[in-house]
Write a protein that binds this ligand. Structure first.
Ligand code: CO8
Length: 295
């Protein structure tokens, strides 16, 4: 393993010169690829064609509390799956009892203001939201605080029928810090978001589906398989078209209607520069299954 890492470092130096950020990110990927093992998560390739990147949060004794090491490993796994040309979609899940019970309170206890502000504490959590490939959250049990927030960073949320969502930070004398006041409000509207954030009440899977936070609810032991099935379907399409769809839907969060419609139209136009648009339409006319080449 040491020699693989040394070899990779030499390649990095040659290819990336003095770009320390890129070199360090690449080295993290190499380290985890060469060790093949994480402490707080389990990763696999799933699906019949092994085209689904699977990430399971695996810190069950602490109900998958999101300690710094765990979130760094999630980032590394995403880096790895993003670089992997075979992977078309990613599934993020936890355990039956907890998807994740929030940021690690024990780790946060002794932090001081200057330290968290100066170090931009937990800024790297946003890696999940910037993943270029679609991510489906398969949620069983508690998705609280940061747990609810990382589910909302995903593109689709499937929930087991006993899942519970909530933002209980107010009980700890703090507030949500990774989207609980922003993404949640956009997903379920002001009144429901206010109620969750101000009271720490939890929302059931059924209510979350009714409110639009979750797209489907399944029996507890089926939710992960259903998420993988959906991920396989997404992975069967052209990766370039999938990326464009994701980018366009996400743009609706950031732009006015007119700007968003313009962005959508131009992105639609740009699909005409791809081989996969031609292949998709030709296959329709020929009454056959398209063979996308991600080009
Ligand atoms: N952090 C650390 N440890 C935790 C956490 C947590 N968030 N949640 C549970 N644990 C630990 C418990 O301490 C306990 O450990 P131990 O056995 O060593 O005492 C173990 O997990 C089992 O927990 P419980 O005994 O409490 O299990 P219960 O079934 O009785 O209760 C609950 C389950 C209701 C989930 C309960 O554990 C709970 O309320 N947990 C805390 C939930 C919470 O408040 N979450 C919000 C945390 S703050 C946050 O997420 C802010 C995010 C900001 C992100 C900013 C990014 C930029």
């Amino acid at each position: 393993m040491a020699s693989i890492a040394m070899f990779a470092r030499t390649i990095c130096k040659n290819a990336l010169g003095n770009n320390k950020t890129l070199t360090s990110r690449y080295m993290q990927v190499v380290r985890c690829m060469s060790s093949g093992k994480f402490e707080y998560i389990i990763t696999e390739k799933r699906g019949e064609k092994k085209n689904v990147g699977f990430v399971k949060l695996n810190r069950p004794k602490a109900l998958n509390a999101l300690c710094d090491g765990l979130m760094k490993e999630v980032s590394q796994a995403l880096d790895e799956f993003e670089l992997d040309k075979d992977i078309g979609c990613i599934v993020l899940t936890g355990g039956d009892r907890a998807f994740a019970a929030g940021a690690d309170i024990k780790e946060m206890l002794e932090r001081e203001y200057a330290q968290v502000y100066g170090g931009n504490f937990l800024n790297h959590w946003s890696r999940l939201a910037s993943c270029e490939k679609p991510v489906i959250a398969a949620v069983n049990g508690y998705a609280l605080g940061g747990g609810c927030e990382i589910a909302m960073m995903c593109d689709i949320i499937y929930a087991g029928e006993k899942a519970q969502f909530g933002q209980p930070e107010i009980t700890l004398g703090t507030i949500p810090g990774a989207g609980g006041t922003q993404r949640l409000t956009k997903a379920i509207g002001k009144s429901k978001a206010m109620e969750l954030v101000l009271t720490a009440n939890r929302m059931s899977a059924q209510e979350a589906e009714k409110s639009g936070l979750v797209s489907k609810v399944f029996p507890v032991d089926e939710v992960v398989n259903e998420a993988v099935k959906t991920a396989e379907k997404i992975a069967s399409f052209s990766k370039i078209t999938v990326a464009m769809c994701k980018e366009a839907v996400n743009a609706s969060y950031e732009m006015s209607l007119n700007e968003g419609l313009h962005f959508e139209k131009r992105t639609f136009h740009s699909t005409f520069a791809t081989n996969d648009r031609k292949e998709g339409m030709t296959a329709f006319i020929d009454k056959r299954t398209p063979e996308f080449t991600d080009s």
